[in-house]
Ligand binder design. Structure first.
Ligand code: BMA
Length: 325
C-alpha cells in the first residue's frame, strides 16, 4: 500500500471510477469544470493551479483574454469544482522595475511551503522564463527574482526543502514552440540563486517523444515523490499533449525510481480534442488526500478550458511499477 505524506482533504472533489472503466485516470463526468468564457473578457481559461485554502480551495488561473493577452487571476472555491475567479488579473508587488514589468504570464503552479503559498509561472523576461511570487492570503502576491535565464518553462517547486534547499523542476526550452525538452531539477538556499542543476529525465516513449515537462507539485509518498508530467508527441497534425507519471527518489529527487511507459491520460474527449489548440491535456495541479489516497488532477483541455480527473494512489503507483521502463 502506498501512503501519501500530507494533509487529509475530506472535501477533495471526487467521483468513483465509472463502472466498466479500466483507465488508471478517469475524468469528472461534468468536465470541463471551468468554461472558456467564465469571465466577461476571457477567450480561454486553462492550465491552472489549485491548492487547499482555509476550509476550501484557492487557485491561480491562466486566463487568455479577448486580446489574447496571457494573464494570471486568483480564484476561490468551496468544493474545488465551482470557482469564483477574480475578473482582475493579479498585480504582483515588487520593488524592482526590472522584474515587475509584467508582459505576459502563463501556466501557473502553486506550492505551499512552510508558511506560504509560492506561485511559479512562465514569465516573460526577454523571452519565457520562470517567475516566482509568494502569498499568504491570495490577496497580496510578492514577486521575487525570476529563477532562471530565458528560455525556460514548467517551473514546479517541491513542497518541502530537501538538504536545506528549495527545489524546482523545470524544462529549459527555446523562444517559441520548443521542439525538444528534458526535465531538470535546480536547487536554491534562498529562492534567489539557483544551482546544483541535475538532469531528471528525457523523453522516452512515442507519446512523449518531442518533449516533457513537470505538471502538478510532486506528491510526497512514503517511498518517493509522485511526479505527474506532460509529454508531447509530434503528429502530422501538430503536437499532442498527454499525461505521464513517475516516482522520484525521496532524498535525491533527480533520480527516477520508476516511470510508467504508457501515458496515464491522453486527449480523446471532445473538449480535449477540440479548442484553440486541439489534442492537449496539460496537468498543472493535483490535490492528494492522505486519508483515502484519492488524487484529483486539474488539467488544461485543448488550451481552452479546465478539466478534472481522478486516480487512487495505490492503483497509480502499482500501474507505474507494473509498467516501469
Ligand atoms: C505549451 C504551452 C502550454 C500550452 C501548450 C499547448 O508550449 O504554451 O501553455 O498548453 O503549449 O499549446
Amino acid at each position: 500500500m502506498s501512503k501519501i505524506i500530507g494533509e487529509a482533504i475530506p472535501n477533495i472533489p471526487w467521483q468513483e471510477r465509472p463502472a466498466g472503466c479500466k483507465d488508471i485516470v478517469w475524468r469528472y463526468d461534468e468536465n470541463p469544470i471551468i468554461k472558456r468564457d467564465a469571465l466577461p473578457d476571457s477567450n480561454s481559461i486553462f492550465n491552472s493551479a489549485v491548492v487547499t485554502f482555509k476550509d476550501g480551495f484557492a487557485g491561480v488561473f491562466r486566463v487568455d483574454d479577448t486580446t489574447r493577452r496571457q494573464t494570471l487571476h486568483r480564484g476561490f472555491s468551496r468544493d474545488g469544482i465551482n470557482w469564483d475567479i477574480d475578473e482582475k488579473c493579479i498585480e504582483f508587488v515588487c520593488d524592482d522595475p526590472e522584474i515587475s514589468n509584467f508582459i505576459y504570464g502563463y501556466d501557473p503552479r502553486v506550492c505551499f511551503i512552510e508558511d506560504r503559498y509560492y506561485v511559479t509561472w512562465c514569465n516573460c523576461y526577454h523571452g519565457p522564463t520562470i517567475g516566482i511570487a509568494y502569498t499568504f492570503d491570495f490577496e497580496t502576491f510578492y514577486q521575487l527574482e525570476n529563477a532562471f535565464l530565458p528560455f525556460n518553462r514548467n517551473g514546479v517547486m517541491f513542497p518541502k526543502k530537501i538538504g536545506g534547499n528549495y527545489l524546482m523542476l523545470s524544462r529549459p526550452s527555446d523562444r517559441s514552440h520548443t521542439p525538444f525538452g528534458d526535465i531538470f531539477l535546480s536547487q536554491s538556499p534562498d529562492l534567489c540563486y539557483w544551482g546544483k542543476h541535475r538532469h531528471v529525465m528525457e523523453p522516452k516513449q512515442s507519446w512523449e517523444k518531442t518533449k516533457i515537462g513537470a505538471g502538478p507539485i510532486p506528491i510526497e509518498l512514503d517511498e518517493g515523490w509522485l511526479m505527474i508530467y506532460h509529454g508531447v508527441l509530434t503528429s502530422c497534425n501538430g503536437f499532442v499533449y498527454s499525461m505521464g507519471a513517475a516516482i522520484l527518489d525521496k532524498d535525491e529527487p533527480w533520480k527516477v525510481k520508476y516511470r510508467a511507459k504508457p501515458y496515464i491520460l491522453n486527449p480523446r474527449t471532445d473538449y480535449e480534442c477540440v479548442g484553440d489548440v486541439p489534442n492537449v491535456a496539460f496537468p498543472c495541479a493535483a490535490l492528494a488526500d492522505a486519508e483515502t489516497g484519492r488524487i484529483a488532477i486539474y488539467y488544461g483541455c485543448a488550451d481552452t478550458t479546465v478539466g478534472l480527473a481522478f486516480t487512487q494512489v495505490d492503483e497509480l503507483v502499482d500501474f507505474i511499477k507494473r509498467n516501469n521502463g
